[in-house]
Ligand binder design. Structure first.
Ligand code: 4HQ
Length: 237
């Protein structure tokens, strides 16, 4: 999978792209991430990318021309199915279904805005969809882009070594994860649930199922309600 990123802070992506799962995915060639500086697409010598908003009011707005040039140059020679995604609080909220949908695309181009945002005409002209990572305001689209890259990469075949761990991930199952324990067996008087030490794999599997259900009912009852609606809609209940 190829992911392009346009930002005025390309350096923010450095360590992130070299570390752990993403670093390995890039080294193995399963993931290619191309981060480009928006300022390289300006034609003025001062590399300015913002201006005052029409209509007044504080703050600055990112100008359309460098964005249009960046998106068009990076799109050239890529597949016609390239999805151009603007990270913005106005977008559709990122969830597991959206992550899987984006991961199924061979190519994504992520636009990371700053300041008050990007001139609206960029969206009209060269953006396919807006995605938000949640209802809160950040200073730029870079962290949302990294969130998206990390979540999407996990769905690219072969990126997560154990495919079973992706299948078991919470949300994929419709449930939260069960609790996890490792050594030492007792932590400040708190023991590990004995079944996990029993060696009875069927019993351990039943316990994990039950705990996943319990955690979901307790912490995210909305997920259980949603799972019920899905089931009654597809007739499998
Ligand atoms: N932004 N999810 C870009 C966000 C945001 C979010 C704030 C993105 C400001 C210019 N993006 N600008 N939440 O808060 O995606």
């Amino acid at each position: 999978m190829w992911i392009g990123v346009v930002t005025i802070f390309p350096e923010l992506f450095g360590e992130f792209l070299q570390t752990s799962l993403i670093g390995r995915a890039r080294q193995s060639g399963k993931l290619e991430v191309e981060v480009r500086d928006l300022r390289d697409f300006t034609d003025d010598p001062h590399r300015v990318v913002d201006d005052e908003p029409y209509g007044g009011g504080g703050g600055m707005v990112m100008t359309a021309p460098p964005w249009l040039r960046a998106v068009r140059e990076l799109s050239a020679g890529r597949s016609p199915s390239l999805r151009r995604v603007l990270l913005s609080p106005q977008g559709r909220r990122l969830d597991d279904a959206k992550v899987q949908e984006l991961a199924a695309q061979p190519e994504l181009l992520l636009l990371c805005g700053r300041y008050e945002g990007i001139d609206e005409r960029v969206q009209q002209l060269v953006v396919d969809e807006e995605v938000s990572i949640g209802d809160y305001v950040l200073s730029g689209g870079e962290l949302p882009a990294m969130v998206l890259i990390e979540a999407v990469s996990r769905c690219v075949p072969g990126v997560v070594q154990q495919a079973s761990s992706v299948e078991r991930d919470s949300f994929r199952t419709g449930l939260l994860d069960h609790p996890h324990y490792t050594r030492p067996a007792v932590v400040e008087g708190l023991p590990v649930p004995p079944v996990l030490l029993s060696g009875d794999h069927a019993a351990i599997e039943r316990w994990r199922q039950q705990e996943a259900l319990r955690a979901t009912a307790e912490k995210r009852p909305d997920l259980l309600a949603a799972a019920q609606t899905c089931k009654s809609q597809d007739g499998t209940r």
